[in-house]
Design a protein around this ligand. Structure first.
Ligand SMILES: [Zn+2]
Length: 425
């Protein structure tokens, strides 16, 4: 199929400065506090491209610059059985993962597969190698897409996330996995990735600051809006960094501006896994800043959650255009879901709808059940539950699984600038 690049400019949400040239820009160059950039697309109304591969059918609202092969696409459908059980007349499910009967064929079983293709397409720079830090799922998705396209990539993953590096296809040598052990968590991996990205020939992918990552995640909402014809009243998702929540807020704003999908703000309901709930705690305290908690205490809380990917100690919460602003603008809510609630929600979902959920998606489903119990939603409201990962158990039964092993393993305490220079020049 023919590849179409997308006309767009970048705009700082703090000062409004616009940038026409996009050299993988991650932040504004004016002297103000931290703020996200947003992409302003020339197409104010969304046309679904019938010649677009996979998620690139939403290419009007993705910052695409170079061709990348991709097949994954989010699917959306009415969750009739779950809706009936919860007393909701208009429940929709956006599903990312493996569920062939529903047309879902994302074999990484995670919505992170919606981030990697637009990020790689936007990064039109063959002289540098992208460096991505991940709690596990993002790494698997980038490894899959970069392997399929032979794009050079460095992944940095803490020891607890290394098990997440699998695929139904062999990995390409273009993908280098760096492990960080010795009690490291996701935030330690982010710090090591930052050090590697400063070396000549490397570039930080950027995480939440990368507009391609956010607008890629936003396609889950676009898919639901196109299928249902409207912007949902309520949106449920589990968050670690919160990037998916920010992305859906931004995509909902674009749909509002489009004018054909209704005129009401979509309320964000974001959930974290108890007891690791830094954003829920800050939001409930009415604070733009995360509350001070000693690192040892945070690590102890992290060790007790079932959804290990929801584990960012320094999420883009207070940054201008981040999670705090998204929740404020939509009068949203943040909840705290226990491991038991998540497990119960996953088994209810599987019994009624027929597919296994990953632990983060189970947290989102539990947050929806709790919101219904607390009468935060009316029977007739349109609700979108973003199931950000599922079908892994089934995929593992049906396919041979390949593993990606680390090329280097660094000890957390020894991961200094000097050590990085030895490995990466
Ligand atoms: Zn600015």
């Amino acid at each position: 199929m023919d590849f179409q690049s997308t006309p767009y400019t970048l705009r700082c949400v703090e000062c409004g400065k616009t940038f026409v040239e996009d050299d993988h820009l991650l932040s504004c160059d004016e002297l103000h506090g931290p703020a996200l950039l947003r992409a302003d697309y020339a197409a104010r109304q969304l046309s679904v491209r019938d010649d677009g591969d996979g998620m690139f059918r939403f290419g009007d609202w993705l910052p695409l610059r170079r061709p990348v092969k991709t097949s994954g696409v989010p699917v959306s459908f009415r969750g009739e059985k779950l809706g009936r059980a919860l007393g909701l007349d208009d429940l929709w499910i956006a599903f990312s993962g493996y569920w062939p009967e529903r047309g879902a064929d994302m074999k990484t079983c995670t919505f992170k597969e919606l981030e990697a293709p637009p990020v790689c397409s936007r990064f039109d720079d063959t002289a540098r190698t992208l460096v991505v830090a991940s709690a596990g799922n993002t790494a698997r998705a980038f490894a899959e897409v970069c392997s399929a396209n032979d794009i050079p990539l460095v992944l940095v993953v803490h020891e607890g996330g290394l098990d997440s590096l699998w695929s139904t296809r062999p990995f390409s040598d273009s993908v280098v996995l760096v492990g960080v052990d010795d009690g490291a968590d996701y935030f330690d991996a982010i710090q090591v990735a930052d050090m590697i990205a400063k070396r000549p020939g490397y570039a930080a992918e950027g995480g939440a600051k990368n507009v391609a990552r956010r607008d890629g995640m936003g396609t889950a909402l676009l898919s639901a809006a196109v299928m249902s014809g409207r912007i949902p009243d309520h949106y449920f998702q589990a968050v670690g960094s919160g990037t998916g929540g920010i992305a859906s807020w931004e995509a909902a704003d674009r749909l509002l501006e489009d004018g054909r999908f209704g005129g009401a703000k979509m309320k964000l309901h974001l959930a974290q896994n108890h007891p690791f709930t830094p954003m829920t705690d800050a939001w409930r305290a009415g604070s733009r800043a995360l509350l001070e908690v000693p690192e040892a205490e945070l690590k102890s809380r992290l060790s007790r959650v079932s959804a290990h990917v929801l584990s960012n100690r320094k999420p883009p919460y207070g940054i201008r255009g981040g999670v705090f602003d998204a929740l404020s603008d939509t009068r949203g809510s943040m909840s705290s879901v226990t491991n038991e609630q998540a497990a119960e929600a996953a088994s209810l979902f599987e019994r009624l709808e027929g597919i296994d959920l990953d632990p983060a998606a189970a947290v989102a489903a539990a947050a929806l059940i709790e919101a219904v119990d607390r009468h935060l939603i009316s029977t007739g409201d349109m609700v979108l539950l973003n199931i950000t990962g599922g079908g892994k158990r089934r995929l593992f039964e049906e396919f041979r699984i390949h593993r990606l092993l680390p090329r280097f393993v660094l000890k957390r305490r020894e991961a200094t600038e000097e050590a990085i220079r030895r490995f990466f020049g």
